[in-house]
Unconditional design. Structure first.
Length: 92
């Protein structure tokens, strides 16, 4: 099971293509983020841009770690609920 979870996290499996998560709102938000980043980079000095890129890198690492932990926690909760439902159905 851990291999499947890890494959999902690494992007080797793509359930979002069937889940509705690959939607126009998400793509639009990504475009807005890119536009804001480009606008900010255009007005920053080289030193400010270096610090900003360092900040973005740290933020990206933090978000990846946080997202991964949330994914594992959500998946574990779903598996516990599934197990309880299946075991509960056997007891009936």
């Amino acid at each position: 099971m851990h291999g499947t979870i890890a494959a999902l996290w690494r992007g080797e499996l793509h359930p979002e293509m069937r889940s509705g998560m690959d939607n126009a709102e998400l793509r639009q938000a990504e475009k807005e983020l890119d536009a804001c980043r480009e606008e900010m980079e255009a007005v920053l000095s080289e030193e400010q841009e270096r610090v900003f890129m360092k900040y973005l890198s740290a933020l990206h690492r933090y978000m990846n770690e946080s997202d991964e932990q949330a994914f594992y926690a959500g998946f574990s909760m779903a598996m516990k609920l599934t197990a309880e439902a299946l075991l509960g159905a056997e007891k009936r």
